[in-house]
Design a protein around this ligand. Structure first.
Ligand code: GLA
Length: 380
């Protein structure tokens, strides 16, 4: 169960805010702008990933959108190991502290992302002075120090932590990361135990992409059982929700949502975006970036054709309706970025593309399905 303070926040407070905001909007004398968070109300929290530089300028477009439309925020990069713990005895809390302060000043729930991830991990973390893998004992101690220090510093200020990110691959086997090679799956149980010790009131999550792949999904279902069998806590599963214009299907996503909920854990869509550009096959040769851009960024410098924008909007609307339908099991929906301008999808997997994967466009305007939802909910 979530800590009592947060339960209170996500039900009574958000509902009250929603009613106030939407009714203010109905009153022509009020200047309150239409808001996504008010329209969502108490169904689930609605979040976005933001970078430390993005929130540093008070009047920026990103800050305006974040504070108007979202009641949840996650650090895009500044809490990742390579940034926050770059050397064994050096922590850099500057970015993380600023996002914690921003969340508090703006009454937003803050999600900690992420404690252990094979990617964007500081290079020293798993190796000894000769460059070989450290012993299991040394790695376990490093994981403990890392988690105790970071979770301890933000105790009471973070609603929940992505404790482990992307530990299972598509066929259901564990990712062969250095963490796994040295400690086996024990590193996951250790990490959950340490995070719980450091802040017993923070929720604990496992987060991964491609959760519609049956192998990965079933492996997480089994992992939830193992975690519980050891008497450890797991509060929710994060389904990242990085989608393409042609994958996954709404049905596949729904099946995985329901499967996780069936294990009595919360479900969250943690990194939602949907590329409007052609999907790049994993076997594609993108070493010739100029050529790849021609092939996989077909609309630029013209606008995305209306028919494609409509296809994207309809697909996003179908997923949004799915989330609304399952708001009883869904705790949070978080977009991975504020506007299309700053999305990582512009540079992945082909650098320099012009993608439009998010809820707000480059001008800071909500996409049609969001606009329609806000209008409908706030004009009831
Ligand atoms: C993964 C991570 C995120 C982010 C995205 C891409 O999904 O969990 O933190 O790095 O990749 O930007």
């Amino acid at each position: 169960m979530p800590p009592a303070t947060f339960r209170l926040f996500s039900s009574a407070t958000i509902l009250a805010l929603a009613l106030v905001a939407c009714s203010q909007q109905n009153n022509a004398d009020q200047a309150t702008p239409p808001s996504l968070k008010a329209a969502v109300g108490d169904r689930f929290t609605i979040g976005a990933a933001a970078s430390a530089p993005q929130i540093a300028t008070p009047d920026s477009q990103a800050v305006r959108i974040l504070t108007t439309h979202f009641n949840s925020i996650v650090a895009e990069n500044c809490m990742k190991c390579e940034v926050i713990h770059p050397h064994p005895d050096t922590y850099d809390f500057a970015g993380a502290d600023s996002i914690v302060a921003f969340a508090q000043e703006n009454d937003m729930e803050l999600i900690g992302h992420c404690l252990l991830w094979h990617s964007q991990m500081a290079p020293w973390f798993c190796v000894d002075s000769l460059g070989g893998n450290v012993s299991p004992e040394v790695l376990r101690q490093r994981i403990r120090d890392h988690i105790y220090t970071i979770v301890g510093r933000y105790k009471g200020k973070v609603r929940g932590w992505d404790v482990c990110n992307e530990v299972i691959v598509e066929d259901g086997s564990y990712r062969q990361s250095p963490l796994y090679q040295i400690l086996g799956s024990e590193f996951i149980f250790d990490a959950l135990r340490f995070a719980n010790e450091a802040d017993p009131d923070a929720e604990l999550y496992l987060n991964d992409y491609g959760m519609t792949a049956p192998g990965r999904r079933d492996a997480y279902l089994a992992l939830i059982d193992s975690i519980k069998a050891r008497g450890l806590r797991i509060d929710a599963i994060g389904m990242q929700g990085h989608m393409g214009i042609d994958y996954p299907t709404v049905d596949e996503f729904e099946q995985s949502m329901l499967a996780f909920a069936g294990k009595q854990v919360g479900v969250m869509v943690t990194e939602w975006d949907m590329s409007i550009l052609p999907t790049v096959s994993t076997s594609a040769n993108i070493s010739d970036v100029a050529q790849a851009r021609k092939e996989y960024d077909p609309y630029w410098p013209n606008a995305v054709p209306d028919s494609m924008a409509e296809t994207w909007n309809n697909r996003m609307a179908s997923f949004w309706n799915l989330f609304l339908k399952h708001s009883d099991i869904l705790r949070r929906v978080t977009a991975w970025g504020v506007t299309d301008a700053s999305s990582w999808k512009n540079d992945f997997p082909v650098p320099g593309r012009h993608d439009e994967p998010l809820l707000f466009d480059r001008q800071g305007q909500p996409k049609p399905f969001i606009k329609e939802f806000i209008n409908k909910e706030c004009n009831k």
